[in-house]
Design a protein around this ligand. Structure first.
Ligand code: ATP
Ligand code: MG
Length: 173
């Protein structure tokens, strides 16, 4: 199915907004493009990032989500003003059960699975990920996915081969 990323981000913000009055949630939507994928999994993906953004900014602050388009990629970002991530830990964050261990994180709970699951979902959707962070200032997770272009399908540049109702293979020539 083709899903609007902006709709997913809106839903995820709605889930967290009410229970986190100390955070300010912002959604910047420059683009309403669609991505080809599983709506539930993509929702889970952004839930995991936003749950981290909230959890690792114990003093509140702004959590900004954005969707923009660059060429044929949809770029989503999750930015927080939280505790930040040490540079040496960044390459390991997506390993199962990996958690940063320092005085700032010790009081904050978790199992270390959220980002390992996120990585699987991103890979399954042919996405890419960039992490930027500064200790004490915050973190940004950037995820890019190929845009699902209806026009390509109509122009016969993309053939949809239905495998099952759920799985659809896209062939670009
Ligand atoms: P779980 O998601 O399973 O409840 P978790 O949140 O600890 O547990 P992950 O979501 O996989 O685990 O994140 C791994 C680690 O990466 C975290 O424990 C934390 O140290 C660090 N981390 C992730 N997101 C952020 C963030 N936005 N700011 C600071 N540190 C982060
Ligand atoms: Mg988590």
């Amino acid at each position: 199915e083709a899903v609007y990323l902006v709709d997913i981000l809106k839903d995820v913000i709605d889930v967290f907004k009410l229970s986190h009055p100390d955070h300010e949630f912002i959604l910047l939507k420059e683009d309403l493009g669609k991505v080809y994928g599983d709506k539930e999994k993509l929702t889970q993906l952004y839930m995991n990032f936003v749950s981290n953004a909230v959890k690792f900014s114990p003093n509140g602050g702004r959590i900004q989500l954005s969707v923009t388009k660059e060429e044929n990629q949809l770029i989503t970002k999750i930015m927080d003003e939280g505790i930040g991530i040490p540079e040496k830990d960044i390459p390991k964050l997506f390993n199962k059960f990996y958690r940063v261990d320092n005085s700032a994180t010790r009081k904050i709970g978790g199992t270390g699975l959220g980002l390992a699951i996120a990585k699987e979902i991103i890979m399954a959707h042919e996405g890419m990920l960039v992490v930027e962070s500064k200790i004490g200032e915050g973190s940004t997770f950037l995820i890019r996915f190929p845009v699902w272009e209806e026009e390509l399908v109509q122009d016969n540049k993309v053939k949809n081969i239905s495998v099952t109702d759920k799985d659809l293979v896209m062939v670009v020539e």
